[in-house]
Design a protein around this ligand. Structure first.
Ligand code: KE4
Length: 427
């Protein structure tokens, strides 16, 4: 494949933008080489500036569950743009989106819209601390909750990919109240609560991890999270920025029957435009200014165009739920990847929940960060590039999830499997 235009544009970008990218996740740091520069998207496909077409499994890192340029979303955005870009004042659409979010996720009795998943998680932990009057937040190694200073410790996603799970610039003072535990480690959770229970404001976790590759929680871990936080008066914060509306219309909490106190959302809730959200029990949310005293604000919060995209996306998901189709397509892809890896004799495992999945280059399916960190990332890089050159665009890191959209077809899945068979052959 030709990448001349991509190379020229990326070379210029490196003069203008640190690393040539506006987010390290897209820098190809985990696979080497230069990122592809894209021009347009449609349905299940991306088109780069050199005219190459790719079957897209990044989906903008999750938002594009309906596929790119879904007509109802495009129409809604155009209509909203004709009415005004931003008012900095209440609009009817914000009520509509809030009602849709609560209808899909019943544990969210009240919700605040923000502009990114990071803002959502940052606000959620501030709320947990303000509501409980306590300082300590528990998070899990390999979980990524955005670039919130106090959560940028042992972080997953591009922080893990690029080897900065503990970022420079985050002070010891900022993270002194962040307790890092291992995901799925029930004894560790019990010990932490036994030692620090009265100081713990909240526990934030990915209910299905996407940011060390897909890692599934054990039932005992989920039970422990809920019972121990309840017992010690800490809030359970379910970070559904990636899983929300993805693994079920009601997110992982519907699929895995979790009852959190606060939920954070992003990605799909904005339909591809910048929206984050946090919400939960009314008695907790009423502590947010101006109803209460916990501060949070934002110029673009509830932006009319982003809100229109979010409303159209959630309405479409409720009207024509794609989750059964996504389940079938994703199972077909998973089976094909497993067969291809097996026939290539590559040490591998695969984790999948609904339409988010990861092929791990490690014989044992990871259950926490230490096991995820054992993956053969060099072998992953070879697989990634083999697929890319065959017109298949996968997440550029072993520590990410791939996403199937409602726009993918069986033919796309079968073409991907064929490309994977070639990409997995030893060099
Ligand atoms: P954003 O601030 O990127 O909208 O959301 C942060 C975030 C919070 N919580 C979870 C579970 C997340 O997965 C994310 C963001 N995900 C990454 C990809 N795994 C975003 C990609 C990027 O950083 O460019």
């Amino acid at each position: 494949m030709l990448h001349d235009q991509s190379h020229a544009i990326f070379s210029r970008a490196q003069q203008l933008i640190p690393g040539g990218v506006n987010s390290p996740a897209r820098a190809f740091g985990g696979v080497g080489g230069e990122p592809v520069v894209f021009e347009r998207a449609a349905g299940a496909y991306l088109f780069d500036v050199d005219g190459n077409r790719y079957i897209d499994y990044v989906g903008a890192w999750g938002p594009m569950i309906l596929g790119h340029q879904h007509p109802v979303v495009v129409e809604a955005v155009k209509k909203a743009a004709d009415r005004g870009f931003s008012f900095g004042a209440p609009t009817r659409a914000e009520n509509e989106l809030a009602e849709l979010i609560s209808a899909c996720v019943p544990s969210i009795e009240m919700v605040r819209l923000v502009s990114s998943g990071t803002e959502a998680t940052m606000s959620a932990i501030r709320l947990a601390r303000g509501f409980t009057g306590r300082d300590v937040i528990i998070k899990f190694a390999g979980n990524y909750h955005g670039h919130v200073d106090s959560l940028l410790v042992a972080a997953g996603s591009s922080a893990a990919t690029l080897g900065v799970p503990n970022s420079p610039g985050v002070t010891a003072g900022t993270t002194k109240d962040t307790l890092i535990l291992q995901y799925n480690d029930v004894p560790g959770l019990e010990e932490a609560f036994a030692k620090h229970g009265s100081r713990i404001a909240g526990v934030i976790f990915e209910p299905v991890v996407g940011n060390m590759g897909v890692v599934v929680p054990s039932p005992a871990f989920l039970t422990g999270l809920r019972s121990l936080s309840q017992q010690h008066g800490a809030l359970l914060i379910c970070d559904e920025v990636m899983t929300g509306f993805r693994v079920a219309l009601g997110g992982a909490q519907e699929r895995l029957k979790i009852q959190p106190d606060i939920t954070t959302l992003g990605k799909i809730v904005g339909g591809g435009l910048p929206i984050g959200a946090y919400g939960g029990r009314r008695d907790i949310m009423q502590h947010i200014l101006p109803a209460g005293k916990v501060f949070q604000a934002g110029t673009n919060s509830g932006n009319p165009i982003a809100t229109a995209a979010g409303i159209a996306t959630l309405q479409e998901l409720r009207k024509n739920p794609p989750h059964e189709k996504l389940e079938q397509l994703s199972a077909r892809l998973a089976d094909g990847l497993l067969t291809a890896a097996k026939s290539a004799g590559v040490p591998h495992s695969l984790s999948r929940v609904g339409s988010m999945l990861t092929l791990f280059f490690n014989e044992q399916a990871p259950h926490d960060w230490p096991t995820a960190a054992k993956c053969d990332t060099a072998r992953f890089a070879q697989y990634f590039w083999g697929l890319l050159e065959s017109g298949v665009y996968m997440p550029c890191s072993q520590y990410e999830a791939l996403f199937v959209s409602a726009a993918h077809t069986e033919a796309d899945i079968d073409a991907t499997i064929t490309a994977a068979q070639a990409a997995l052959q030893s060099p």
